[in-house]
Design a protein around this ligand. Structure first.
Ligand code: 0X9
Ligand code: CA
Ligand code: ZN
Length: 451
Protein backbone atom coordinates (compact mmCIF):
# COMPACT_ATOMS: atom_id res chain seq x y z
CA UNK A 1 0.00 0.00 0.00
CA UNK A 2 1.58 3.19 1.17
CA UNK A 3 5.28 3.28 1.64
CA UNK A 4 5.52 4.86 5.05
CA UNK A 5 5.46 1.76 7.18
CA UNK A 6 6.72 3.56 10.21
CA UNK A 7 3.54 3.67 12.12
CA UNK A 8 3.30 2.60 15.71
CA UNK A 9 6.53 0.76 15.33
CA UNK A 10 8.94 1.69 17.98
CA UNK A 11 12.45 2.13 16.81
CA UNK A 12 14.52 3.49 19.56
CA UNK A 13 17.91 4.71 20.37
CA UNK A 14 18.87 4.29 23.97
CA UNK A 15 18.17 7.98 24.42
CA UNK A 16 14.54 7.37 23.62
CA UNK A 17 14.50 4.37 25.84
CA UNK A 18 15.62 6.49 28.74
CA UNK A 19 13.23 9.26 27.77
CA UNK A 20 10.20 7.02 27.67
CA UNK A 21 11.05 5.17 30.79
CA UNK A 22 11.41 8.38 32.62
CA UNK A 23 7.84 9.15 31.69
CA UNK A 24 6.60 5.76 32.62
CA UNK A 25 8.42 5.50 35.86
CA UNK A 26 9.19 8.78 37.46
CA UNK A 27 10.95 8.05 40.72
CA UNK A 28 8.85 9.06 43.66
CA UNK A 29 5.67 9.13 41.62
CA UNK A 30 3.14 6.31 41.52
CA UNK A 31 3.26 6.14 37.80
CA UNK A 32 4.71 2.73 37.52
CA UNK A 33 2.75 0.59 39.92
CA UNK A 34 4.65 -2.13 41.76
CA UNK A 35 2.02 -4.61 40.63
CA UNK A 36 3.51 -4.41 37.13
CA UNK A 37 6.73 -5.36 35.41
CA UNK A 38 8.43 -4.46 32.19
CA UNK A 39 9.33 -7.49 30.12
CA UNK A 40 10.87 -7.92 26.71
CA UNK A 41 10.66 -10.54 24.01
CA UNK A 42 12.64 -11.22 20.92
CA UNK A 43 11.02 -9.46 17.99
CA UNK A 44 10.90 -12.80 16.22
CA UNK A 45 8.13 -14.26 18.33
CA UNK A 46 4.53 -14.32 17.18
CA UNK A 47 2.98 -11.17 18.61
CA UNK A 48 -0.52 -12.06 17.59
CA UNK A 49 -0.83 -15.05 19.90
CA UNK A 50 0.72 -13.16 22.75
CA UNK A 51 -1.72 -10.31 22.33
CA UNK A 52 -4.66 -12.64 22.17
CA UNK A 53 -3.71 -14.44 25.34
CA UNK A 54 -2.43 -11.72 27.67
CA UNK A 55 -3.15 -8.09 28.40
CA UNK A 56 0.16 -6.66 27.31
CA UNK A 57 0.66 -2.94 26.97
CA UNK A 58 3.24 -2.30 24.25
CA UNK A 59 5.92 0.02 25.56
CA UNK A 60 8.51 0.16 22.84
CA UNK A 61 10.90 -1.72 20.68
CA UNK A 62 14.62 -1.35 20.97
CA UNK A 63 16.95 -3.22 18.68
CA UNK A 64 15.74 -6.76 18.29
CA UNK A 65 13.64 -6.72 21.48
CA UNK A 66 10.10 -5.56 22.06
CA UNK A 67 9.04 -4.30 25.48
CA UNK A 68 5.74 -4.55 27.28
CA UNK A 69 4.23 -3.53 30.57
CA UNK A 70 2.40 -6.45 32.12
CA UNK A 71 0.77 -7.20 35.43
CA UNK A 72 3.06 -9.33 37.55
CA UNK A 73 0.45 -12.08 37.91
CA UNK A 74 0.79 -12.88 34.21
CA UNK A 75 4.50 -13.58 34.33
CA UNK A 76 4.09 -17.22 35.35
CA UNK A 77 1.35 -18.04 32.86
CA UNK A 78 3.35 -16.43 30.07
CA UNK A 79 6.39 -18.42 31.06
CA UNK A 80 4.38 -21.64 31.34
CA UNK A 81 2.94 -21.10 27.89
CA UNK A 82 6.48 -21.42 26.62
CA UNK A 83 7.30 -17.78 25.94
CA UNK A 84 10.81 -16.74 26.60
CA UNK A 85 11.04 -13.26 28.06
CA UNK A 86 13.44 -11.08 29.99
CA UNK A 87 12.46 -9.15 33.05
CA UNK A 88 13.57 -5.58 32.38
CA UNK A 89 12.06 -3.57 35.22
CA UNK A 90 15.23 -3.27 37.28
CA UNK A 91 17.60 -2.62 34.42
CA UNK A 92 15.36 0.11 33.14
CA UNK A 93 14.96 1.65 36.58
CA UNK A 94 18.74 1.99 36.69
CA UNK A 95 18.58 4.07 33.53
CA UNK A 96 16.09 6.28 35.24
CA UNK A 97 18.30 6.79 38.29
CA UNK A 98 21.12 7.98 36.06
CA UNK A 99 18.99 10.74 34.62
CA UNK A 100 19.28 14.07 36.44
CA UNK A 101 16.21 14.82 38.48
CA UNK A 102 13.72 17.24 37.08
CA UNK A 103 15.25 17.40 33.63
CA UNK A 104 12.25 16.00 31.87
CA UNK A 105 9.37 16.56 34.17
CA UNK A 106 6.35 16.75 31.93
CA UNK A 107 3.88 15.98 34.64
CA UNK A 108 2.26 17.71 37.55
CA UNK A 109 0.01 20.07 35.67
CA UNK A 110 2.72 21.40 33.41
CA UNK A 111 0.43 21.39 30.46
CA UNK A 112 1.48 24.79 29.20
CA UNK A 113 -0.76 26.04 26.43
CA UNK A 114 -2.74 22.81 26.40
CA UNK A 115 -6.12 22.70 28.08
CA UNK A 116 -6.96 20.77 31.18
CA UNK A 117 -10.64 20.16 31.82
CA UNK A 118 -11.15 23.36 33.80
CA UNK A 119 -9.20 25.41 31.27
CA UNK A 120 -11.32 23.89 28.53
CA UNK A 121 -14.48 24.71 30.48
CA UNK A 122 -13.48 28.39 30.67
CA UNK A 123 -12.48 28.53 27.03
CA UNK A 124 -15.80 27.08 25.88
CA UNK A 125 -17.81 29.28 28.23
CA UNK A 126 -15.98 32.32 26.94
CA UNK A 127 -16.80 31.45 23.35
CA UNK A 128 -20.46 30.83 24.15
CA UNK A 129 -20.71 34.06 26.17
CA UNK A 130 -18.72 36.23 23.76
CA UNK A 131 -20.47 35.03 20.63
CA UNK A 132 -23.94 34.09 21.83
CA UNK A 133 -25.69 34.81 18.48
CA UNK A 134 -23.67 32.04 16.83
CA UNK A 135 -22.43 29.77 19.64
CA UNK A 136 -24.11 27.86 22.41
CA UNK A 137 -22.71 25.38 24.87
CA UNK A 138 -24.56 22.10 25.36
CA UNK A 139 -23.83 19.24 27.72
CA UNK A 140 -24.93 16.00 26.10
CA UNK A 141 -23.72 14.01 29.10
CA UNK A 142 -21.31 13.70 31.97
CA UNK A 143 -18.24 11.62 32.62
CA UNK A 144 -17.88 8.95 35.27
CA UNK A 145 -16.32 11.44 37.66
CA UNK A 146 -19.07 13.91 36.86
CA UNK A 147 -17.23 16.24 34.54
CA UNK A 148 -19.18 17.70 31.65
CA UNK A 149 -18.86 16.42 28.13
CA UNK A 150 -19.22 19.65 26.21
CA UNK A 151 -20.75 20.13 22.82
CA UNK A 152 -20.31 23.63 21.49
CA UNK A 153 -22.77 24.30 18.73
CA UNK A 154 -21.73 26.92 16.23
CA UNK A 155 -24.45 28.12 13.92
CA UNK A 156 -26.82 31.00 13.41
CA UNK A 157 -29.74 30.69 15.85
CA UNK A 158 -27.74 28.23 17.95
CA UNK A 159 -30.56 27.57 20.41
CA UNK A 160 -32.89 26.37 17.67
CA UNK A 161 -32.67 23.11 15.81
CA UNK A 162 -32.83 24.23 12.21
CA UNK A 163 -33.08 22.27 9.02
CA UNK A 164 -29.34 22.45 8.44
CA UNK A 165 -26.61 19.90 7.89
CA UNK A 166 -24.53 19.09 10.96
CA UNK A 167 -20.90 18.16 11.29
CA UNK A 168 -19.27 16.93 14.50
CA UNK A 169 -15.61 17.47 15.36
CA UNK A 170 -14.47 15.44 18.35
CA UNK A 171 -11.25 15.29 20.31
CA UNK A 172 -9.68 13.42 23.15
CA UNK A 173 -11.19 9.97 23.12
CA UNK A 174 -7.72 9.20 24.42
CA UNK A 175 -6.50 11.14 27.41
CA UNK A 176 -2.85 11.55 26.47
CA UNK A 177 -3.57 12.87 22.98
CA UNK A 178 -3.65 16.49 24.11
CA UNK A 179 -3.29 18.01 20.67
CA UNK A 180 -6.64 16.46 19.73
CA UNK A 181 -8.35 18.81 22.21
CA UNK A 182 -6.65 21.87 20.79
CA UNK A 183 -7.46 21.39 17.12
CA UNK A 184 -11.28 21.30 17.42
CA UNK A 185 -11.18 24.05 20.04
CA UNK A 186 -9.12 26.31 17.80
CA UNK A 187 -11.43 25.57 14.87
CA UNK A 188 -14.34 26.71 17.05
CA UNK A 189 -12.52 29.91 17.97
CA UNK A 190 -11.62 30.53 14.35
CA UNK A 191 -15.22 30.17 13.20
CA UNK A 192 -16.67 32.59 15.74
CA UNK A 193 -13.90 35.17 15.39
CA UNK A 194 -14.04 35.26 11.60
CA UNK A 195 -17.81 35.14 11.18
CA UNK A 196 -18.18 38.87 10.68
CA UNK A 197 -15.17 39.46 8.47
CA UNK A 198 -15.01 36.40 6.23
CA UNK A 199 -17.91 35.64 3.91
CA UNK A 200 -16.88 32.02 3.52
CA UNK A 201 -17.03 31.48 7.28
CA UNK A 202 -20.28 33.40 7.55
CA UNK A 203 -21.81 31.19 4.90
CA UNK A 204 -20.67 28.04 6.70
CA UNK A 205 -21.91 29.16 10.11
CA UNK A 206 -25.23 30.37 8.69
CA UNK A 207 -25.92 27.28 6.61
CA UNK A 208 -24.65 24.48 8.81
CA UNK A 209 -24.33 23.47 12.45
CA UNK A 210 -20.81 22.71 13.56
CA UNK A 211 -20.65 20.77 16.79
CA UNK A 212 -17.35 20.86 18.60
CA UNK A 213 -16.72 18.26 21.30
CA UNK A 214 -13.10 18.90 22.27
CA UNK A 215 -12.94 16.31 25.02
CA UNK A 216 -14.89 13.07 25.00
CA UNK A 217 -12.74 11.92 27.91
CA UNK A 218 -12.42 14.75 30.45
CA UNK A 219 -11.59 12.47 33.41
CA UNK A 220 -8.78 10.85 31.48
CA UNK A 221 -7.55 14.21 30.25
CA UNK A 222 -7.15 15.55 33.77
CA UNK A 223 -5.55 12.31 34.90
CA UNK A 224 -3.05 12.70 32.10
CA UNK A 225 -2.43 16.34 32.94
CA UNK A 226 -2.11 16.01 36.69
CA UNK A 227 -1.11 12.44 37.47
CA UNK A 228 0.15 10.25 34.68
CA UNK A 229 0.95 11.80 31.33
CA UNK A 230 0.58 8.62 29.30
CA UNK A 231 -2.91 7.69 30.48
CA UNK A 232 -5.12 6.62 27.56
CA UNK A 233 -8.46 5.28 28.80
CA UNK A 234 -11.25 6.77 30.89
CA UNK A 235 -11.15 6.39 34.68
CA UNK A 236 -13.59 3.51 35.22
CA UNK A 237 -12.69 1.40 38.23
CA UNK A 238 -12.98 -2.07 36.75
CA UNK A 239 -14.16 -5.13 38.63
CA UNK A 240 -10.64 -6.49 38.97
CA UNK A 241 -9.33 -3.28 40.49
CA UNK A 242 -7.67 -1.95 37.35
CA UNK A 243 -8.71 1.35 35.83
CA UNK A 244 -10.04 2.40 32.52
CA UNK A 245 -12.04 1.52 29.45
CA UNK A 246 -10.73 2.51 26.04
CA UNK A 247 -13.55 4.77 24.89
CA UNK A 248 -12.59 4.18 21.28
CA UNK A 249 -13.44 0.50 21.73
CA UNK A 250 -16.74 1.02 23.53
CA UNK A 251 -19.10 1.92 20.66
CA UNK A 252 -21.62 -0.66 19.62
CA UNK A 253 -20.86 -1.32 15.97
CA UNK A 254 -19.13 -4.74 15.85
CA UNK A 255 -18.27 -4.27 19.50
CA UNK A 256 -16.00 -7.09 20.63
CA UNK A 257 -15.84 -8.54 17.13
CA UNK A 258 -12.52 -10.15 18.00
CA UNK A 259 -9.74 -9.82 20.53
CA UNK A 260 -7.31 -8.26 18.11
CA UNK A 261 -9.06 -4.97 17.67
CA UNK A 262 -9.96 -4.67 21.34
CA UNK A 263 -9.47 -6.58 24.55
CA UNK A 264 -11.80 -8.21 27.07
CA UNK A 265 -9.10 -7.76 29.74
CA UNK A 266 -9.73 -4.79 32.01
CA UNK A 267 -6.00 -4.21 32.46
CA UNK A 268 -5.47 -3.82 28.74
CA UNK A 269 -4.91 -0.40 27.20
CA UNK A 270 -7.60 -1.32 24.69
CA UNK A 271 -10.16 -2.76 27.13
CA UNK A 272 -13.51 -2.50 25.39
CA UNK A 273 -15.65 -2.29 28.54
CA UNK A 274 -18.26 -4.72 29.82
CA UNK A 275 -20.68 -3.95 27.01
CA UNK A 276 -21.30 -1.49 24.19
CA UNK A 277 -21.82 2.00 25.60
CA UNK A 278 -21.05 0.80 29.11
CA UNK A 279 -19.34 4.15 29.68
CA UNK A 280 -21.17 7.43 30.27
CA UNK A 281 -18.74 9.24 27.97
CA UNK A 282 -19.64 7.17 24.91
CA UNK A 283 -23.28 7.24 25.97
CA UNK A 284 -23.12 11.05 25.87
CA UNK A 285 -21.83 10.93 22.30
CA UNK A 286 -24.51 8.42 21.43
CA UNK A 287 -27.22 10.72 22.81
CA UNK A 288 -25.80 13.65 20.92
CA UNK A 289 -25.88 11.67 17.67
CA UNK A 290 -29.33 10.27 18.26
CA UNK A 291 -30.79 13.68 19.07
CA UNK A 292 -29.12 15.41 16.14
CA UNK A 293 -28.86 14.05 12.67
CA UNK A 294 -25.25 14.53 11.66
CA UNK A 295 -23.97 14.47 8.12
CA UNK A 296 -20.27 13.88 8.76
CA UNK A 297 -17.83 13.57 11.63
CA UNK A 298 -14.13 13.82 12.35
CA UNK A 299 -12.56 12.27 15.42
CA UNK A 300 -9.14 13.75 16.15
CA UNK A 301 -6.42 11.60 17.66
CA UNK A 302 -2.65 11.57 17.73
CA UNK A 303 -0.20 10.63 16.50
CA UNK A 304 1.02 9.48 13.08
CA UNK A 305 -0.38 11.94 10.51
CA UNK A 306 -3.08 9.97 8.84
CA UNK A 307 -6.68 10.24 7.74
CA UNK A 308 -8.48 6.96 8.26
CA UNK A 309 -11.92 5.82 7.25
CA UNK A 310 -14.00 2.71 8.01
CA UNK A 311 -13.86 -0.12 8.27
CA UNK A 312 -11.67 -0.51 11.26
CA UNK A 313 -13.05 -3.79 12.63
CA UNK A 314 -11.98 -5.87 9.65
CA UNK A 315 -9.93 -5.35 6.55
CA UNK A 316 -12.96 -4.89 4.35
CA UNK A 317 -13.93 -2.06 2.04
CA UNK A 318 -16.81 0.08 3.22
CA UNK A 319 -19.59 0.18 0.70
CA UNK A 320 -18.85 3.84 0.07
CA UNK A 321 -15.10 3.45 0.27
CA UNK A 322 -14.46 5.28 -3.00
CA UNK A 323 -16.24 8.34 -1.70
CA UNK A 324 -14.65 8.14 1.75
CA UNK A 325 -11.27 7.79 0.14
CA UNK A 326 -11.87 10.78 -2.17
CA UNK A 327 -12.93 12.97 0.72
CA UNK A 328 -9.95 11.86 2.79
CA UNK A 329 -7.52 12.40 -0.08
CA UNK A 330 -8.80 15.89 -0.68
CA UNK A 331 -8.47 16.65 3.02
CA UNK A 332 -4.92 15.32 3.00
CA UNK A 333 -4.08 17.44 -0.03
CA UNK A 334 -5.48 20.55 1.66
CA UNK A 335 -3.48 19.78 4.77
CA UNK A 336 -0.33 19.24 2.76
CA UNK A 337 -0.66 22.63 1.10
CA UNK A 338 -0.49 24.49 4.39
CA UNK A 339 2.77 23.28 5.92
CA UNK A 340 3.91 20.58 3.55
CA UNK A 341 3.12 17.84 6.03
CA UNK A 342 2.02 14.55 4.58
CA UNK A 343 -0.96 12.76 6.09
CA UNK A 344 -1.38 9.19 4.92
CA UNK A 345 -4.86 8.27 3.70
CA UNK A 346 -6.35 4.84 4.07
CA UNK A 347 -8.75 2.31 5.41
CA UNK A 348 -8.37 2.28 9.19
CA UNK A 349 -8.00 -1.49 9.51
CA UNK A 350 -5.27 -1.92 6.95
CA UNK A 351 -3.47 1.41 7.13
CA UNK A 352 -3.12 1.37 10.87
CA UNK A 353 -4.39 -1.68 12.70
CA UNK A 354 -7.63 -3.41 13.54
CA UNK A 355 -9.96 -1.89 16.08
CA UNK A 356 -13.49 -2.81 16.95
CA UNK A 357 -16.03 -0.63 18.70
CA UNK A 358 -14.39 2.58 17.53
CA UNK A 359 -16.26 5.82 17.00
CA UNK A 360 -15.92 6.04 13.24
CA UNK A 361 -17.14 2.50 12.50
CA UNK A 362 -20.18 3.21 14.65
CA UNK A 363 -20.92 6.54 13.00
CA UNK A 364 -20.53 5.17 9.50
CA UNK A 365 -22.17 1.84 10.31
CA UNK A 366 -25.24 3.21 12.07
CA UNK A 367 -25.80 6.63 10.60
CA UNK A 368 -24.42 5.95 7.16
CA UNK A 369 -22.43 9.14 7.05
CA UNK A 370 -18.74 9.78 6.36
CA UNK A 371 -16.60 9.52 9.47
CA UNK A 372 -12.87 9.99 9.71
CA UNK A 373 -10.16 9.49 12.26
CA UNK A 374 -7.50 12.13 11.82
CA UNK A 375 -4.28 11.18 13.53
CA UNK A 376 -2.51 14.49 14.07
CA UNK A 377 1.25 15.03 14.07
CA UNK A 378 3.87 14.14 14.80
CA UNK A 379 4.69 11.36 12.42
CA UNK A 380 6.24 9.07 14.96
CA UNK A 381 7.71 8.71 18.39
CA UNK A 382 11.10 10.03 17.36
CA UNK A 383 9.40 13.30 16.53
CA UNK A 384 7.78 13.49 19.93
CA UNK A 385 4.94 10.97 20.06
CA UNK A 386 2.21 12.37 22.24
CA UNK A 387 4.32 15.37 23.15
CA UNK A 388 3.83 18.06 20.59
CA UNK A 389 5.56 21.19 21.72
CA UNK A 390 3.35 24.15 22.45
CA UNK A 391 4.82 25.96 19.48
CA UNK A 392 3.39 23.29 17.16
CA UNK A 393 -0.22 23.76 18.24
CA UNK A 394 -0.94 26.69 15.93
CA UNK A 395 0.64 25.04 12.90
CA UNK A 396 -1.23 21.82 13.44
CA UNK A 397 -4.50 23.72 13.81
CA UNK A 398 -3.71 25.85 10.74
CA UNK A 399 -3.05 22.87 8.54
CA UNK A 400 -6.21 21.10 9.68
CA UNK A 401 -8.54 24.06 9.27
CA UNK A 402 -8.98 23.89 5.46
CA UNK A 403 -9.69 20.15 5.62
CA UNK A 404 -12.42 20.63 8.22
CA UNK A 405 -13.93 23.53 6.27
CA UNK A 406 -13.85 21.44 3.11
CA UNK A 407 -15.75 18.59 4.74
CA UNK A 408 -18.36 21.00 6.11
CA UNK A 409 -18.81 22.57 2.67
CA UNK A 410 -19.05 19.16 1.04
CA UNK A 411 -21.83 18.29 3.46
CA UNK A 412 -23.57 21.59 2.68
CA UNK A 413 -23.40 20.85 -1.02
CA UNK A 414 -24.92 17.37 -0.69
CA UNK A 415 -27.50 18.08 1.98
CA UNK A 416 -31.07 17.56 0.86
CA UNK A 417 -32.98 18.69 3.90
CA UNK A 418 -34.32 17.28 7.06
CA UNK A 419 -37.61 15.64 6.19
CA UNK A 420 -37.96 12.28 7.83
CA UNK A 421 -36.57 9.54 5.69
CA UNK A 422 -34.05 11.68 3.91
CA UNK A 423 -30.47 11.14 4.81
CA UNK A 424 -27.78 13.76 4.74
CA UNK A 425 -26.11 11.88 1.93
CA UNK A 426 -28.79 13.09 -0.39
CA UNK A 427 -28.35 11.25 -3.62
CA UNK A 428 -25.31 9.54 -2.24
CA UNK A 429 -27.36 7.66 0.30
CA UNK A 430 -25.86 4.36 1.34
CA UNK A 431 -27.75 1.23 0.54
CA UNK A 432 -27.85 -1.24 3.37
CA UNK A 433 -25.96 -4.24 2.15
CA UNK A 434 -25.30 -7.55 3.82
CA UNK A 435 -22.42 -7.44 6.22
CA UNK A 436 -19.67 -9.68 5.13
CA UNK A 437 -17.64 -11.02 7.97
CA UNK A 438 -14.04 -11.77 7.27
CA UNK A 439 -11.66 -12.61 10.02
CA UNK A 440 -8.43 -10.82 9.56
CA UNK A 441 -5.59 -11.24 11.93
CA UNK A 442 -2.85 -9.77 9.81
CA UNK A 443 -2.63 -6.47 11.61
CA UNK A 444 -0.02 -7.58 14.06
CA UNK A 445 1.98 -9.84 11.85
CA UNK A 446 2.51 -6.85 9.60
CA UNK A 447 4.37 -5.27 12.44
CA UNK A 448 1.71 -2.72 13.21
CA UNK A 449 1.75 -2.77 16.93
CA UNK A 450 -0.41 -0.50 18.93
CA UNK A 451 1.13 2.55 20.39
O1 0X9 B 1 -6.48 2.95 18.26
C1 0X9 B 1 -7.22 3.95 18.10
O2 0X9 B 1 -8.26 4.08 18.70
C2 0X9 B 1 -6.81 5.04 17.13
N1 0X9 B 1 -5.40 5.24 17.17
S1 0X9 B 1 -4.67 5.84 18.50
O3 0X9 B 1 -3.25 5.66 18.32
N2 0X9 B 1 -4.93 7.40 18.56
O4 0X9 B 1 -5.18 5.21 19.65
C3 0X9 B 1 -7.16 4.64 15.72
C4 0X9 B 1 -8.59 4.44 15.45
C5 0X9 B 1 -8.85 4.22 14.00
N3 0X9 B 1 -9.36 2.94 13.70
C6 0X9 B 1 -8.58 1.89 13.28
N4 0X9 B 1 -7.33 2.02 13.09
N5 0X9 B 1 -9.17 0.75 13.03
CA1 CA C 1 -28.51 27.58 12.33
ZN1 ZN D 1 -6.29 8.02 19.99
Amino acid sequence: MISRKRKKIFIFSSFWTAFLLLLFAQPGADNFPDTHEIISFSRKIDLKNLFESYPLDPLMADGDRIYFIVERKYLDPIHQSGYDFRLETDKLSLEIDKTPKGSLNLQGGLNGAYHSYSELTSALRNIAAGYSPIARLYIPGKSLENRNIYGLKISDNPSIRENEPRVALLGCHHAREWISVEVPLLIAEYLVKNYNQDTRIKNIVDSAEIWIIPSVNPDGLDYSVFTYRLWRKNRRLNLDGTYGVDLNRNYSYQWGYDNLGSSPEPASEVFRGTGPFSEPETEAIRNLFINNRFSAAISYHSYSQSILFPWGYADLPAEKEALLSDLASTMAELIFRVNGREYEVGRASSSLYLTNGDFTDWVYGFFEIPAFTIELPPLDLIHGGFFNSEQDIQQIFRENLPAALYLIEWVMSTFEGGQKGKTPWGKLRLAKGPRTVVKDSRAFSKGKERK
